[in-house]
Design a protein around this ligand. Structure first.
Ligand SMILES: Nc1ncnc2c1ncn2[C@@H]1O[C@H](COP(=O)(O)OP(=O)(O)OP(=O)(O)O)[C@@H](O)[C@H]1O
Ligand SMILES: [Mg+2]
Length: 325
């Protein structure tokens, strides 16, 4: 049954923009009386060399290409949610003694210092209370800390604005992925993996709540099509060993024995056999993740094309869902 809030949001439109090293993805969603619809989308090559390690190096080239992509996709909405990614971008669940909500942001700055691989003064932080736990008779709140270098976020905002848009919000790409893939309920602990051209984002999610995210500086660039199994497996070697390290980190830090499944998305997930290979190497079941269980392609879209591209559109859809879910 729809809630009153759902009904009030009918007609809400949102635009998500995911700028990768290899491809730019945009997705426009609308909330209708029958749920959320993917109204328009677009994917285009990122100008070569213009983006590296999550950092936009050539703002003019990217904003020009983004403007063109939006025009080709027929997207006229000007307010957008954009994403940040890179090795210095992360989210973590932290436990704090119960403190008033308005003091959480201050408290988290101290905590963040221990988790960031760069000075906290150079970071933009976000904190959200997501739950409460009781252990050894002590009540604690669980806070999701999200952090990114301020320079990365500012460059992203400026680039998107140069393309003629207003930035409604900036979010971690990995958290956008979680939002899009968690539209359906997933029991147990799931590792969501966004296999991109030069980076792989991992989010470990328990009961729908992200516990930690990490960006691995390895991707599937060079694997492009071809269908050669040996090349594909070789290209994935580095990703596999880094994934193992991330999973080990989770097991040790969070005292958890098991990751129950992997949900795979990103352009790399579209290469045939990648899911089977990862399942074999990691010894964990792997499913290709798409947002299409909670977001229907609109009547003007070719449903088969959307189906094929859906794994690559996951972060862009997740960004838009921030506004209209
Ligand atoms: N059908 C396909 N078969 C094989 N590879 C594919 C297919 N579709 C996309 N790819 C690969 O997926 C990658 C692009 O995926 P994606 O758009 O998720 O990357 P990106 O976001 O640009 O990169 P990053 O996140 O690392 O910055 C490219 O390396 C491309 O070769
Ligand atoms: Mg990407």
């Amino acid at each position: 049954m729809a809630s009153l809030q759902d009904i009030l949001r009918i007609g809400a439109v949102a635009l998500g923009i995911d700028i990768g090293t290899h491809a730019m993805k945009v997705a426009e969603l609308r909330r209708t009386g029958r749920g959320i619809e993917l109204v328009r989308y677009g994917i285009a090559s990122t100008p070569p060399g213009a983006v590296a390690n999550g950092m936009i190096l050539d703002r003019a080239a990217v904003s020009r290409a983004l403007r063109m992509l939006l025009r080709e996709a027929g997207i006229r909405r000007r307010r957008a949610v954009a994403s940040v990614t890179g090795q210095n971008v992360l989210a973590r669940i932290l436990r704090l003694p119960p403190i008033p909500e308005d003091e959480v942001k201050q408290a988290i700055r101290w905590e963040a210092e221990r988790h960031l691989p760069f000075p906290v003064e150079e970071a933009v932080l976000d904190a959200q209370v997501v739950g409460e736990v009781t252990g050894d008779g002590q009540r604690q709140i669980e806070v999701l800390l999200a952090a990114a270098p301020e320079a990365v976020a500012l460059t992203c905002i400026e680039t998107v604005e140069e393309a003629g848009l207003q930035v409604e919000a900036v979010e971690l790409s990995a958290l956008a992925m979680v939002r899009a893939l968690a539209l359906r309920e997933i029991p147990g602990v799931v590792a969501m993996v966004n296999l991109g051209a030069s980076t792989t984002e991992v989010a470990i999610v328990r009961g729908g709540v992200p516990q930690l995210t990490r960006t691995i500086a390895e991707g599937v660039e060079g694997l492009a099509g071809g269908g050669d199994t040996a090349i594909m497996e070789g290209a994935l070697d580095a990703v596999v060993s880094q994934l193992r390290r991330s999973f080990d980190f989770y097991r040790v830090q969070y005292g958890r024995a098991q990751i129950d499944q992997i949900l795979l998305c990103g352009g790399g997930a579209r290469a045939g056999g990648v899911d089977r290979h990862l399942a074999l190497e990691m010894e964990i079941p792997v499913t290709i993740g798409t947002p299409l269980e909670g977001v229907r392609p609109g009547p003007r879209l070719d449903a088969d094309a959307v189906d094929r591209l859906a794994p690559q559109l996951v972060p862009a859809v997740g960004l838009a869902l921030r506004v209209c879910a």
